[in-house]
Design a protein around this ligand. Structure first.
Ligand SMILES: O=C[C@H](O)[C@H](O)[C@H](O)COP(=O)(O)O
Length: 199
């Protein structure tokens, strides 16, 4: 996929939903059992209930599993669909591999935005920014989360599991998701990010 700008925010995504994975429709969007008759979600995989532009991909190494889980739960409480790409166990893994799986998900159109985490957020943001269609912003505060959208049109938020606490992380996530790109002079600069001069 190409690196298009994020869609303008739709207000604050409406009211908080009834619970994790349960959207205003009452459907359990976390249920992936194609045989399930207990929830009322349509199971035809060709008919998405959530537009891809609203799906948020998540990935981390072992250094940020707890924070990733907290962020994922927060997104679910907001009624947002997530695509959790792991890591799924406590074993030591390599953060470039998880930047790669998230890049793949965005390239393939399975999600339009992403959240990456590692111990500091540094390694995985370096890895993510090697993909020209990703603009990954490592943030530690809400102002950076706002400006990475307004000025840089970041499509991936990066957090450090060993450096950022859950409350700050949740605020950063909300600000990242709810802030639009300003365009104007910033559009010219963002365009240059995708087309660096050959050296
Ligand atoms: O930038 C890299 C990340 O912070 C990694 O999460 C970190 O280097 C992993 O360290 P360790 O292998 O000691 O858990």
């Amino acid at each position: 996929m190409t690196a298009g700008p994020l869609r303008p925010p739709r207000g604050r995504f409406g009211p908080v939903r009834a619970g994790p994975g349960v959207r205003a429709t009452g459907r359990d969007t976390t249920c992936r059992n194609t045989q399930c008759v207990l929830c009322c979600a349509p199971k035809d995989p060709t008919k998405r209930e959530t537009p891809v532009s609203d799906v948020i991909a998540l990935a981390s190494d072992h250094g940020a599993i707890d924070l990733r889980t907290q962020v994922r739960d927060h997104l679910a409480a907001r009624g947002l669909e997530t695509l959790d790409l792991g890591t799924h166990g406590p074993e030591s893994v390599d953060y470039p591999d998880f930047a790669a799986v998230l890049a793949e998900a965005l390239r393939d159109g399975r999600a339009a935005r992403g959240i990456l985490l590692c111990g500091t957020g540094i390694g995985i943001s370096i890895a993510a920014n090697r993909y020209p269609f990703l603009r990954a912003a490592l943030v530690h505060d809400v102002t950076s989360a706002r400006l990475c959208r307004e000025h840089n049109d970041a499509n991936v938020l990066v957090l450090g599991g060993r450096t950022t606490g859950p409350e700050v992380a949740r605020d950063c996530v909300d600000t990242f998701l709810d802030t639009a790109f300003e365009g104007g002079r910033h559009a010219r600069r963002v365009e240059k990010l995708g087309t660096p001069p050959a050296l």
